[in-house]
Design a protein. Structure first.
Length: 185
């Protein structure tokens, strides 16, 4: 009886391992992400006051969305690399936008928007940086636990590829972009 239980237990472990391997095998292709969100939608303004919405995704094969905060030194330090990438990837129909995560409280919105503008100006950042609307604040931003966090969306706003938590180099972002482009084209 003990032998049968042992064999049964070992069989269950092997079956569990096999299921785990095959459930993660096509993780990128199935577009699963750690945020539990499938699509990004918004209608808001950028930090310069210009209206912007998620329809901007349709003009690009891929959009990199970098979620950052004015309080986040690694976020700010990676911005020059992201700016270079923004210009280098345009020909491949890749766009980049930033979401300033800490501009959510109406009491501090003006002050933090001015701070974000100051950071962007000092670093000569030209890619759009947006103020989160209610949909982003109650959805995507509630799921973000580390700054910066970077996600990628296709032309329909669907999250593709892996979520990147923490700062990266230009080369690391570029490698992620190229890998995702290969899979979605």
């Amino acid at each position: 009886m003990k032998k049968i239980l042992t064999i049964g237990f070992i069989s269950l472990i092997i079956l569990g391992i096999i299921l785990l391997i095959f459930s993660n095998h096509n993780k990128d292709i199935d577009w699963k992400n750690s945020l539990g969100i499938d699509k990004i939608e918004f209608a808001t303004k950028d930090i310069q006051g210009k209206a912007i919405d998620s329809s901007i995704f349709k003009n690009h094969d891929l959009t990199m969305i970098n979620i950052w905060g004015t309080f986040c030194k690694p976020c700010i330090e990676e911005m020059p690399d992201i700016e270079m990438l923004y210009w280098e990837m345009k020909e491949q129909k890749v766009n980049i936008i930033g979401i300033v995560s800490d501009i959510v409280d109406p009491k501090t919105a003006d002050e933090l928007t001015n701070e974000a503008r100051s950071i962007v100006k000092k670093l000569d950042v030209t890619y759009p940086n947006i103020i989160p609307d209610a949909k982003l604040t109650s959805g995507l931003l509630k799921k973000v636990q580390l700054f910066p966090t970077t996600i990628f969306v296709d032309s329909k706003g669907r999250i593709v590829g892996e979520v990147i938590e923490g700062a990266c180099t230009k080369q690391e972002y570029q490698e992620s972009i190229m890998s995702i482009l290969e899979k979605i084209k």
